[in-house]
Design a protein around this ligand. Structure first.
Ligand code: HEM
Length: 511
């Protein structure tokens, strides 16, 4: 788990920091000097010149915060297969997804960030072990389980609307930064569902500094993902300085402490509470022999993986609707015609079910889909090893090129979703109608089949249904209760996902 590494050391550890920086620099220099030995089997693949020589090309791209745009530019220049490091090929053709992210695809060391022997499902490289680990985590994320928790979500969304009202509209409407408010809501819902107790983000904001710290550490963590050997060396030699521990005062340390406390609380129970997601895992006899350390990794990733993805989606959807008033007018019209009487009438229902939203406000689903396409929360590339055991040739054909087994191959959600081949010349625009009347049903189905926003294949996002559910319900309630004025759309860089801030808005209660 990427946030596992704390690279920013406390100020009073200046000496150690200098020593580690030296080792880091020396190792980087070594990596730079080492060219691939034994011939260059990818020499015929196009790409930036430096990429053929060193992984530092890919590291530099991350550190700019523009890696996603650089990858897109490279594909537009070099074509659907681009060499991005000595042993990494990026692919931009969505038709290649089934051949890359198939049932038996193994993850590369890009994902390994823990020095210990225990790996949660996200870090698990081996497809067989992943299947087992994923299976035990599935129950709390099933559609039925998410559906059953609708009243719980309604309660948190109501608390969230109240908090926004009290803090930012009383006594007068004031300008504030909305960027993290989606994260706060998602984190409270997810932790309440999973542990039976929320972390309290709606009440206290990022008091634990979990969001702030994970964003501050993002560039270094994602840069190191591109240098797996160096990363493993550093983790083994300097792990105790780099890896946060429960209660060490860092943002992630605070979250680890809370996670351990919540887990102990559930372990101390004698019987299963069917409403608590973690109990569905802990009390399942099929999981009796599971390693607690592995489960801890999985739980942590659920917390971390939920917020900056769904929160980013909510933030961008709000911004996109405010920047495209005709879309907001259409959405409001559907909302008002559905179960919500128009503003100014009495007896307004305060809650609307997910089923009603789906059947009566189809434009909302199109807006969500379009936002996640145009502004995918995860933008970086997601690598796998090229296949080696199906066709007997020792490799796989991708986009008409033979790729030898043992090469790292990867797609990026950002690159695929900005494809002009797939989405046309207005791929950069926000146009939800592309999923409705302005496209054929065949095209809409194809776009869904090759959607990479939530990944692809057996490791596709486990929280997709939950995320969609929360986003639908939240957006309806937000625009039902408030008129919203956009003052500053904010900006952000992207490492694995967006590091985004500054969505300045003003709320006025509609009811
Ligand atoms: C808009 C919201 C979200 C987006 C765009 C998103 C995106 C993704 C992507 C692209 C992957 C695949 C990574 C890979 O193949 O390397 C993934 C995996 C995962 N996501 Fe999400 N995610 C979202 C929301 C959530 C939520 C709400 C949760 C949990 C509550 C979650 C938990 C996970 C987990 C645990 C995995 C790993 C699955 C596995 O390895 O089998 N995500 N997500």
């Amino acid at each position: 788990m990427e946030q596992h590494i704390r690279v920013l050391l406390d100020d009073d550890k200046g000496g150690r920091r200098a020593a580690i920086s030296l080792v880091l620099l020396a190792a980087l220099g070594l990596v730079f000097l080492l060219r691939r030995r034994g011939g260059d089997r990818l020499s015929s693949f196009p790409g930036p010149r430096l990429a053929a020589w060193t992984r530092l090309h890919s590291v530099a791209a991350v550190l700019t915060g523009r890696e996603h745009e650089m990858m897109l530019e490279a594909h537009r220049r070099y074509g659907p297969v681009v060499r991005w490091s000595p042993n990494t090929l990026l692919i931009s053709d969505p038709m290649a997804l089934p051949k890359m992210y198939h049932l038996r695809a193994n993850k590369t060391p890009h994902y390994n960030h823990s020095p210990g022997e225990f790996r949660g499902m996200v870090e698990e490289n081996d497809w067989r072990k992943h299947r087992q680990k994923r299976h035990r985590m599935d129950p709390p994320f099933s559609s039925k389980s998410v559906q059953d928790d609708e009243p719980l979500m309604d309660a948190f969304i109501a608390e969230w609307i109240d908090a926004l009202t009290t803090k930012f509209t009383m006594p007068n409407s004031q300008v504030f930064d909305f960027s993290d408010w989606g994260n706060y809501l998602v984190l409270d819902i997810v932790t309440k569902r999973f542990f039976g107790r929320e972390m309290g983000f709606i009440k206290h904001g990022d008091k634990t500094r979990m969001l702030a710290d994970s964003r501050a550490n993002g560039p270094a963590i994602h840069a190191l993902a591109r240098l797996p050997q160096l990363k493993q060396f550093l983790l083994h030699k300097f792990g105790r300085f780099l890896i946060p521990t429960a209660g060490d005062g860092s943002g992630l340390g605070n979250v680890l402490a809370l996670r351990d406390e919540f887990l102990q609380e559930r372990l101390a129970k004698d019987e299963k509470n069917p409403d608590v997601g973690l109990d569905q895992v802990l009390f399942d006899s099929a999981n009796a022999g599971m390693e607690l350390e592995e489960l801890k990794e999985d739980i942590l990733f659920v917390i971390l993986g939920a917020s900056d993805t769904t929160g980013h989606g909510i933030r961008c959807l709000v911004r996109n609707l405010l920047q495209n008033p005709s879309c907001l007018v259409r959405l409001r019209k559907e909302m008002d015609a559905a179960v919500m009487p128009p503003v100014g009438t009495t007896d307004r229902p305060s809650s609307i079910t997910f089923a009603q939203i789906k059947s009566q406000i189809p434009y909302l689903s199109a807006c969500i889909r379009e936002t996640l396409r145009r502004d995918p929360p995860i933008v970086s590339y997601l690598p796998r090893w090229a296949d080696d055991d199906h066709n007997g040739t020792g490799g796989v054909e991708l986009c008409g090129r033979f790729v030898p087994a043992g090469v790292e191959v990867a797609c990026s959600p950002y690159v695929l979703s900005r494809s002009r081949d797939m989405f046309g010349d207005d791929a950069d625009d926000f146009r939800p109608e592309r999923y409705l009347e302005s496209s054929t049903p065949e095209w809409v189905a194809k776009a869904a089949r090759y959607d990479f926003t939530f990944g692809y294949g057996p490791r596709q996002c486990i929280g997709q249904t939950l995320s969609h559910f929360i986003t639908c319900k939240t957006i309806v309630q937000l625009f039902y209760h408030f008129d919203i004025e956009l003052l500053e759309p904010g900006s952000g860089k992207a490492f694995l996902n967006w590091n985004y801030s500054g969505l300045k808005i003003r709320l006025t209660r509609r009811i």
